[in-house]
Design a protein around this ligand. Sequence first.
Ligand code: HEM
Length: 441
Amino acid sequence: MPLLGNLLQYRKNKIGFLSALRDDGHQLTRFRLGKHSITLLKKPEDLVHVEHRNAKNYQKATMLRDLVGDGILMSEGEKWRKQRRLIQPRFHPSSVTALESLMNQRITGFLHRMESEVAGSEGRLEIGLHLKKLSFEIILQALFGEVDQGDFDELRKPMEFVNSFLTARFNELVPLPLWVPLPRYLRFQRAREAIDQVIHRYIDRKRKAILDQNPGTDLLTQMILSRDPDSGVAMDDLQIRDETVSILLAGFETTGNLLSWILVNLSREPAALMRVREEIDSSIGRRIPDANDVLGLAYFAKVVDETLRLQPSVWAWTKRAVGDDVLGNVKISKGQILFLSPYLVHRDPGIWDEPSRFNPDRWTEETKEKTKGAYFPFGMGPRTCVGKHFAVLEAKLILVRFLQHFEFRIGEEQLPEPDFQITLGFKRPLRAAVRARRSAS
Ligand code: HEM
């Protein structure tokens, strides 16, 4: 349509609309949302080209900048390289394994909370919320070395609003500047302020601890103490805020939703659940697992990979070409916006056998080889997710301990429906019937 382009179809049924474009037989397909012309990438070789081989020609092009400013999630060029160099070592597999006891402490608290909830609610509880809260605590602990009780309750609503606001902003007909006093824009400003208030509380506290000669070893303290290798200049509070919000945004809804989707898939496939339980019982039993224990569970690893195939927590993103390029023999002009979606490519019937079926056994070495470039839940190339080892270890530790302690059942009354926002969440709160297997102490 002249003014709207495909906006109405996209808003009405994003996935139906995009899947039809994916399957239209063309290498690339262009669509239009209001004034934005967007090109859908489908072929693994094009995805690898844009994300990896010629990544320097593409920049991030989402609305997230409205929230995270110039933090690592959205920055570009030399600035991004310096941020990545500072943050990446913290999330290297060897450093992440060292975070296992921190994660386990938080998980013990979660198991106790669950036990008392199960006793007080006849076993029906909002499992999605509990899992989100736990991954929020773990990412905050990794960032700040501590977590204030009440932070989750203070931040949950603003974060949820921001997620839906930024998603809707992507398909606004004419996105206006955020200073225009529309009620939704004002609500977004308030949500941002609420998030900033919590972050600045931690920044002030860390600065004081440094002045008192009592610095922590957390990432925030490291950021405050860091100096630019070229100029020797320290980061100001705004930059530290942008980095912190970036990591918080990238790291908590994503992992929280992954945990929930794994439970949904296992609940739908009792045979898979039984195999996971048997694997845990035979190799870990009842003791508290460490990182090596959970990373060594071969079948469970396939369950996680298969969930990230069917329900990749970051289901799509966009990139903008900074110069002309060629994909196959199609010209991509400078300024063109490209749409990349692991969700669509992970379910492409031209690439995967029975793509909609949850089948952890598909994850053989042969499949991994065959689907290179077609499986990218954490992105690919230089901008690949910094937190992927952290997220996978966290998810495995949490779910192994959850399964050691509880029986559960999801979706007896209503099947969980996906909600395609910035992260792939749920339309309604995810509830489960849960009962204890044994005491969490
Ligand atoms: C299941 C969990 C997660 C998924 C599926 C996920 C996925 C992604 C994806 C798809 C990207 C963008 C890749 C691109 O633009 O090409 C990304 C970037 C990023 N993620 Fe994650 N992520 C997860 C968890 C985490 C966690 C726990 C953290 C923090 C500890 C984190 C920190 C980041 C950061 C900082 C970036 C930006 C990296 C850069 O641009 O250099 N993520 N993630």
